[in-house]
Design a protein. Structure first.
Length: 81
């Protein structure tokens, strides 16, 4: 993935585009062709969780333009929520 090209293609919409890509990849991973219920700022995960074989799965999407190290506390807070 070339993040510079991604940034150019989705100029000023990078966060939305990254969240959309993450959502589509998550749905594809679980063979979900109908989508998942989602609403803005759901606590901890981006959509309603999906159930497979008695386990529930969710995902969180974060797009940073700074280094992961600079966002360490935000990532840890997200994991703990």
């Amino acid at each position: 993935m070339n993040w510079k090209i991604f940034g150019l293609k989705y100029d000023k919409r990078e966060t939305w585009a990254f969240e959309q890509m993450s959502y589509l990849l998550f749905c594809a991973e679980f063979n979900n062709r109908i989508g998942l219920f989602r609403y803005k700022n759901q606590t901890g995960i981006e959509t309603e969780p999906i159930e497979k074989d008695g386990k529930y799965y969710g995902f969180q999407s974060k797009y940073y333009t700074t280094s992961i190290a600079d966002n360490k506390n935000d990532i840890i807070d997200s994991i703990n929520s």
